[in-house]
Ligand binder design. Structure first.
Ligand SMILES: Cc1cc2nc3c(=O)[nH]c(=O)nc-3n(C[C@H](O)[C@H](O)[C@H](O)COP(=O)(O)O)c2cc1C
Length: 433
């Protein structure tokens, strides 16, 4: 028995910016980190391998949570610099024909009208291949760049995001599909009776509407979300079409997925309309021993990596990790940032967390391509679906090739992932199985 076909996404971590710039295989990409060329090469490989989408991470500040200074962030390039992912997206679309391109934009940094307009335009120019990773912001430094002292309280950010999405959908639906007439004989460009002002008056947002551009090929971008907290999951169950999730073991993955599907039903949705992709970071090598050696190297702590990890964890949680002893269990942490991550830190020893600070997801998938493909099959059978989101922080053209031209052909041989795209639009491919 094999698992049903499953989906693949790529987490383009560190966004439109430098990748693992000190890593041996990063070489050719380092000094061109402000250019689209590496991402363009990589999405071609992902499309060749039949990925559903690439998701471009983003955050928009030079953090200073660790030691109250931006120095460590800049010295090691921790979560900074990052350029605007919505400007990278059209280059990736132009280099591919089928791959979905998901951009991260925050509901606390955009106005709904501006976001709705940008996504609508991207969906038009990509012929229906755009997705939006909905984030609500987490670091106070980000809020300060937009004129506020700090982020809104965690759960309220999701209340605001609910209203934000209600409004953006009203704007995306404001033009009927047949509103643009282009009738030369009658001299009519668009039919005014088919374009509707929205007159939205919410608690947080107002907009008259309609959107200033016609309905896009998909109508709305594919909504991607990664909320891990109870409130975040509730939000995802209501809006998300694909969820990117952190879970270590197959049991945790199964529980997470079943939880989301049950919440989706409660929200009146068909649970099959949400594809949950679990973040994993396989290490593929010619032998299992080589793969294990690479994992050991990734987990070895150097002074550089200690500082990198402390700075990174500080940014994510909003808590300055320089105050804790590296070898003492962490106390109860209160975070207004990524709550689920802060909760996962509690009681753990910083040095252990730091070993993993630059790895994503579980260490389950370490070995040859054949071994990993067989294990992915088993895990998906246990979890029940829907697929994996791949990522690695030591991420280079080499890593992407190992996955796309090494691992994926093994998955395809087993009939586990697609060999071609059946549909034109991102959403239709995502929902095809
Ligand atoms: C795979 C993955 C990717 C994420 N990408 C981003 C991102 O690009 N930008 C961002 O601000 N937050 C990102 N997040 C954070 C989530 O949006 C969310 O805030 C976090 O998982 C904590 O959940 P909570 O908001 O429910 O507490 C990501 C989370 C995960 C698991």
């Amino acid at each position: 028995m094999t698992a049903d076909r499953f989906h693949l996404g790529w987490f383009y971590s560190k966004g439109f910016g430098p990748k693992a710039w000190k890593h041996a295989w990063a070489g050719s990409a380092v000094d061109r980190f402000t250019k689209p060329d590496m991402a363009v090469d990589l999405v071609r490989a992902m499309e060749r391998a039949g990925f559903d989408y690439v998701m471009i991470e983003d955050s928009s500040n030079v953090p200073y949570t660790y030691q109250g200074s931006h120095d460590a962030y800049l010295r090691h390039s921790v979560d900074t610099p990052k350029l605007d992912p919505t400007v990278l997206a059209p280059f990736l679309v132009a280099a591919t024909k089928h791959l979905g391109v998901v951009v991260t934009c925050s509901t606390t940094e955009y106005h709904p009208f501006m976001l709705a307009r940008k996504m609508n335009t991207l969906d038009h120019v990509s012929d229906g291949r755009i997705g939006w990773n909905v984030v609500t912001g987490s670091n106070d430094g980000g809020a300060q760049n937009y004129g506020r002292d700090r982020q809104f309280p965690h759960d309220e950010r999701y209340d605001m995001a609910d209203e934000f999405l209600e409004l953006t959908y009203r704007l995306w639906d404001a033009w009927d599909p047949d509103a643009v007439v282009l009738d030369l004989e009658r001299g009519v460009f668009a039919d005014g009776s088919k374009v509707h002002p929205v007159h939205f008056e919410g608690k947080y947002f107002r907009s008259r509407g309609p959107l200033s551009s016609p309905r896009s090929p998909q109508g709305s971008p594919v909504i991607c979300q990664a909320g891990g907290s109870a409130r975040g999951r509730q939000f995802a169950a209501q809006w998300a079409e694909t969820i990117i999730a952190l879970a270590e073991t197959p049991e945790q993955m199964k529980t997470y997925r079943e939880d989301v599907r049950a919440s989706a039903v409660e929200a009146g949705r068909n649970p099959d309309g949400i594809k949950v992709l679990f973040l994993v970071s396989p290490i593929v090598a010619d032998t299992r021993r080589d793969a294990q050696a690479r994992l050991d190297a990734e987990l070895t702590l150097t002074d550089d990596r200690i500082e990198y990890g402390l700075a990174h964890m500080s940014r994510l949680s909003g808590i300055d990790f320089s105050q804790f002893d590296l070898d003492e269990p962490l106390p109860k942490l209160k975070s207004n940032g990524h709550q689920s991550m802060a909760a996962a830190f509690e009681g753990k020893v910083p040095r252990d967390l730091l070993r993993r600070a630059q790895r994503f997801g579980s260490d389950m998938f370490i070995g040859t391509a054949t071994e990993i493909a067989a294990l992915m099959d088993e895990v998906m059978q246990e979890v029940g679906g829907d697929g994996f989101l791949l990522a690695n922080s030591y991420f280079s053209r080499r890593y992407v090739t190992e996955i796309c031209d090494g691992l994926v052909p093994e998955l395809q041989k087993r009939g586990l992932t697609r060999t071609h795209y059946d549909h034109e639009h991102f959403r239709d491919n995502l929902l095809a199985f």
